[in-house]
Ligand binder design. Sequence first.
Ligand SMILES: Nc1ncnc2c1ncn2[C@@H]1O[C@H](COP(=O)(O)OP(=O)(O)O)[C@@H](O)[C@H]1O
Ligand SMILES: [Mg+2]
Length: 232
Amino acid sequence: MLEVKNINQYYGSSHTLKNVSFTVPTGAVTTLLGRNGVGKTTLLNCLMGVLETTSGTIHINGSDVTGQPSYVRARQGVGYVPQGREIFARLTVEENLLMGLATKSKGALSDLPYEIFDMFPVLNEMLHRRGGDLSGGQQQQLAIGRALAMSPNILILDEPTEGIQPSIIKDIGNAIRLLAARGDMAILLVEQYYDFAKDLADHYIILQRGEVIKSGLGEDMDADNVRHYLSV
Ligand SMILES: Nc1ncnc2c1ncn2[C@@H]1O[C@H](COP(=O)(O)OP(=O)(O)O)[C@@H](O)[C@H]1O
Ligand SMILES: [Mg+2]
């Protein structure tokens, strides 16, 4: 599981994350919700070691990774699906997936967990197409497949439904549900799409202006009026 304690982060003099603390348990989906600009992506970049924090600690499966570089965190078993997908447009689907194995010495198709293709058959069908030729939704599936290449025990997704057509949103939702049900993965889902998040969430966290202002059980999201914190 993932444990974040009292994280603070600044862009110059701008205090972006303020004493952020939460836990993402294994075998469940924790959804982090908040409007544009509240600091969601900044927080994920701090978790991944892409951005530095000024204080606080980050533990992955019990070990302290605060101040450790990204590759150490990836090696601890963190899979990251960045906002906007960031797939390699000129590489094939297969090559993109193998990039997910980058921390291993040498990668082959047979090193990839087959579940990736069970979940997203389109990736198998389009293995030799270039990433840039895929639709936005297919690229999102590819980005998730790439994050699953190393069989992570923590999966972090940054707004995976953003700009994606409904049929693929459904496939992505089913995949997340399946991974959570397996019981060995902690999933942190960052979303602004309320219905999607509510459908999947075991736990929720609301971020507002860089602060965790509310958290609770997924089943209480309606009663707790979580939707209110997403509307403009
Ligand atoms: N590289 C950066 N340099 C300075 N400010 C940034 C940078 N990236 C994001 N910000 C600012 O930090 C705040 C949080 O941004 P972000 O984490 O992207 O929010 P979210 O993902 O919740 O939409 C915003 O006000 C944004 O303008
Ligand atoms: Mg963002």
